[in-house]
Ligand binder design. Structure first.
Ligand SMILES: [Zn+2]
Ligand SMILES: [Zn+2]
Length: 352
């Protein structure tokens, strides 16, 4: 059994997103049904809709930065009730029993059994792929629903579910805080959240950008210093001085320029996923200061909830541009040109 929901889907890798009708499963005992109010637009949406990543099955309904109102809950659900504001990020299920899942680090599920919010076979709906948030509603197992704290700007909260947690989690893990010098590379959807969080955690925050035009905005968002990374003299001033660098850039680039800025035992964490690999880093700069290059993926559900509470307390949300869903194809083209400050969010009231 299922119900129909209006959505926007890419029917093939080359067709633009267009109106579609999709099936949503019935609400089971542990399920939560959410009427989607806002959905953020992530680069992953575009890559998947256009079949640029492996294993894409069309039609694709993207969207994994979802905020909406809970409209129905199963008999066993305790986390939320009808009328609450709920949020769903990049995952909608995992094995639930391995050590990583037990720690609520579901994205690192030891069995690799993560059901992503879109384009993954749906174990609760045999024969179907998961469909994401470019839709009027979604049904998600309770464990993967977060509560939106009261008083938050719902549209600007949506991007926290991917761009937010993807930067919050590594900054927490590597101890960004008072007395630490933290670099954020790139000022896009992820980078602007990285700057806000590093600043809110009390770290000395330095933004690296290739665009001199972003210097003022970087400071407004909370950076103590902004370095134009193409300017070698500016880069040289920071050699061997960073405790941690969060690199959000999703295009292939030379990592050595940033490795050289890490202090002894410093780490650079990559969260961008380029289509072609970065050139292999030089090894001696790593050896001689015991530096690390690391990676991090999104964050677990418990930490996502913690992030939302932190954001509510510190009044942190994303900087967004709200669009009707009819503008989504145009928004993708603008996103490719980095012509957005700093995240598009779809107002789902525009979808009928
Ligand atoms: Zn995303
Ligand atoms: Zn697991």
């Amino acid at each position: 059994m299922s119900t129909k929901a209006a959505a926007y889907a890419a029917q093939t890798a080359t067709s633009p997103l267009a109106h579609a009708s999709i099936d949503r499963r019935d609400v089971g005992p542990h399920d939560v049904q959410i009427d989607i109010l806002f959905c953020g637009v992530c680069h992953s949406d575009l890559h998947t809709a256009r079949g640029e990543w492996q294993g894409v099955v069309h039609p694709v309904v993207p969207g994994h930065e979802i905020v909406g109102r809970v409209t129905k809950v199963g008999a066993e659900v305790k986390k939320v009730k009808v009328g609450d504001m709920g949020a769903v990020g990049c995952m909608v299920d995992s094995c639930g029993s391995c050590p990583s899942c037990a720690r609520s680090e579901e994205i690192y599920c030891d069995k690799g059994d993560v059901t992503f919010t879109y384009n993954t076979p749906d174990k609760h709906f045999p024969g179907k792929m998961t469909y994401g948030g470019y839709s009027k509603s979604i049904v998600v197992t309770e464990r993967f629903v977060c509560r939106v704290p009261a008083g938050m700007d719902l549209a600007a909260t949506a991007p926290l579910l991917c761009a937010g947690i993807t930067t919050y989690s590594p900054l927490k893990h590597w101890g960004a805080g008072p007395g630490k010098k933290v670099g954020i590379v790139g000022l896009g959807g992820l980078g602007h959240m990285g700057v806000k969080f590093a600043h809110a955690f009390g770290a000395h925050t330095v933004l690296f950008t290739t665009s001199p035009s972003k210097v003022e905005d970087g400071k407004r968002l909370g950076a103590d210093e902004v370095v134009v990374s193409k300017n070698q003299a500016e880069m040289d001033k920071h050699v061997a001085s960073f405790d941690f660098i969060l690199n959000t850039v999703a295009v292939s680039h030379n990592l050595d320029a940033f490795v050289n800025l890490l202090n002894t035992n410093g780490t650079m964490c990559l969260v961008g996923a380029p289509a072609t690999p970065h050139p292999s880093p030089a090894i001696f700069p790593l050896l001689m200061k015991r530096r690390s290059i690391a990676g991090s993926a999104i964050g677990g559900i418990k930490e996502t909830q913690e992030m939302l509470e932190f954001c509510a307390k510190k009044k942190i949300v994303s900087d967004i541009e709200i669009i009707p869903i009819q503008k989504i194809n145009e928004a993708y083209e603008r996103m490719l040109k980095s012509d957005v400050k700093y995240r598009f969010v779809i107002d789902m009231a525009s979808l009928s």
